[in-house]
Design a protein around this ligand. Structure first.
Ligand SMILES: NC(=O)c1ccc[n+]([C@@H]2O[C@H](COP(=O)([O-])OP(=O)(O)OC[C@H]3O[C@@H](n4cnc5c(N)ncnc54)[C@H](OP(=O)(O)O)[C@@H]3O)[C@@H](O)[C@H]2O)c1
Length: 225
């Protein structure tokens, strides 16, 4: 498959890990669509439906469900709106995009989908109920999509980053918590977003011809401890 023929859609491409994934996929030779939140608000079912109906005939071969949100709060204080929007952005909208934007992949019998999950889909900590539930669900969606789309040569995987040095991490942890986090990682540092983008680059490339339905953890050894 010639890369110049391939169109990749990356959600949450404006900043953080998503921006670096977009840059990496461009380097890899893909044409990258990275809709802004005003074009595709993943928190709003109607705008997701509109985006899908406008774009369903585009020749998208690669879909990266990267955008994610997290409102850390103890279970007793989570507002239902926050719970629902965390599930909407992290799980339901990725499901809708997989359901609505894979026609071309099926027709051409080639596609790659990567869902950006989290180590908090396996382990957790306090205040992460909605986020952990959503990311665990995303791993389940990955496995079922891999089974259903395997016959079309569409490979579907989750990437589970540990702690990455981005705005989301700094927003959800105090400087003291960041220090403790770094001490808990065997490699002694948070990851650079480039390290996640390179993994996504492999999983979306022709070099990955047999890994599907997996949740690939990149966490510097964090979950081993
Ligand atoms: N950072 C980490 O340590 C870490 C660890 C594990 C997993 N992850 C996962 O990696 C992914 C990227 O995280 P990040 O750290 O790069 O996050 P980030 O820096 O906070 O960026 C989040 C991205 O998602 C977009 N987004 C948020 N809500 C949206 C909505 N309603 N509609 C459309 N786009 C929306 C943002 O767009 P705007 O610019 O419009 O806000 C932004 O592009 C997420 O799925 C996150 O759960 C991150």
């Amino acid at each position: 498959m010639e890369h110049c023929e391939l169109l990749a859609l990356v959600t949450g491409g404006s900043r953080g890990i998503g921006r670096i994934i977009c840059e990496q996929l461009q380097k890899d030779g893909y044409q990258v669509l990275a809709p802004s939140r005003s074009e595709l608000d993943l928190a709003n079912i109607e705008t997701v439906k509109n985006y899908i109906s406008k774009n369903k005939n585009r020749p998208i071969s690669i879909l990266i469900n990267n955008a994610g949100i997290n409102f850390p709060a103890p279970i007793e204080n989570i507002l239902l709106d926050q719970w629902q929007s965390t599930l909407q952005v992290n799980l339901t909208s990725p499901f809708m995009l997989i359901q609505g934007l894979t026609q071309h992949m099926k027709k051409q019998r080639y596609g790659r989908i990567v869902n950006i999950s989290s180590v908090f889909s396996f382990v957790t900590r306090e205040n992460r109920a909605a986020y952990s539930a959503a990311k665990s669900g995303l791993n389940g969606l990955t496995r079922t999509a891999a089974v259903e789309f395997g016959p079309y040569n569409i490979l579907v995987n989750s990437v589970c980053p540990g702690y990455i040095d981005t705005a989301l991490t700094r927003q959800n942890n105090s400087p003291e918590q960041i220090k403790t986090i770094i001490e808990s990682i065997p490699l002694g540092r948070m990851a650079d977003a480039v390290e996640i983008a390179e993994l996504v680059s492999f999983l979306t490339s022709d070099k990955n011809s047999y890994i599907t339905g997996h949740t690939v953890v990149a966490d510097g050894g964090f979950t081993c401890k």
